[in-house]
Every structure is written in structure tokens, then in C-alpha cells.
Ligand binder design. Structure first.
Ligand code: FES
Length: 116
């Protein structure tokens, strides 16, 4: 059964939002919207097992919105691939969460417990 997140128009273009969904993972997750494209990731830094990335609610992106950043030790991740491009976990990757949106603009996670 898919898990509902929110409506696409509730996410401003170029922003990120966190969700705490026990049905999906023991870790919170977050999504990043760029245009009609929405990507999901677990909020768990590969540098320190399970460490959250954001220093405050929904603060997952760099100041210019071009990258995902971990507040712990400054790791920078590519928004498209989730790969760390700078910082202490260089080359490691965030864990993707598959997010889809339907014709009515609702965002869903396709599979429950798709990630852990
Ligand atoms: S915990 Fe994320 S960079 Fe160290």
C-alpha cells in the first residue's frame, strides 16, 4: 500500500521537506523538489551511521539550494544522485526513497518499508 506524503503544490520549487514515517523506515526521510521532479532520501548520513542531516526542521539544502548538506561535519551530496561530493564520506551515498506523484499532484512512496 503506498504511503501518502503531501501534495506537490505544498512543496515550493527548490525546497526540501522532512517526513517521519515509521511505516517506511526507522529513519525519517526527506524529499527535494525541483520543478516537477521530486526525489526522496533517508535522513541518515553515511558518515556516522544514522546521523540526521538537518540542523533544524527541513534544513537539508545548501544556502544556494544546489546541494544536500549534512550539518554534522559538512558533507555535501549531489541532489540528483545522493553521492557525497565533498566532506568526510566522499563517494558514499544517501539511501534513496522512491517517490512518485500522480496526475492529481499527490506525492506517494510506492512501497511500504521499501528501505530501512
Ligand atoms: S555526520 Fe554527516 S558529515 Fe558527519
Amino acid at each position: 500500500m503506498p504511503t501518502y506524503l503531501c501534495r506537490l503544490e505544498e512543496l515550493a520549487d527548490g525546497t526540501a521537506r522532512g517526513f517521519d514515517l515509521a511505516s517506511v523506515s526507522r529513519h525519517p526521510m526527506f524529499v527535494v523538489r525541483r520543478g516537477d521532479r521530486v526525489q526522496g532520501w533517508l535522513d541518515a548520513c553515511p558518515h556516522v551511521a544514522g546521523a540526521p542531516l538537518a540542523w533544524r526542521r527541513d534544513a537539508y539544502l545548501s544556502a544556494d539550494g544546489a546541494s544536500i548538506v549534512c550539518h554534522g561535519h559538512g558533507a555535501v551530496f549531489d541532489i540528483d544522485t545522493g553521492v557525497c561530493t565533498r566532506g568526510p564520506c566522499m563517494g558514499q551515498s544517501l539511501t534513496p526513497v522512491s517517490v512518485e506523484h500522480d496526475e492529481e499532484g499527490a506525492l506517494w512512496i510506492a512501497s511500504p518499508r521499501a528501505v530501512d
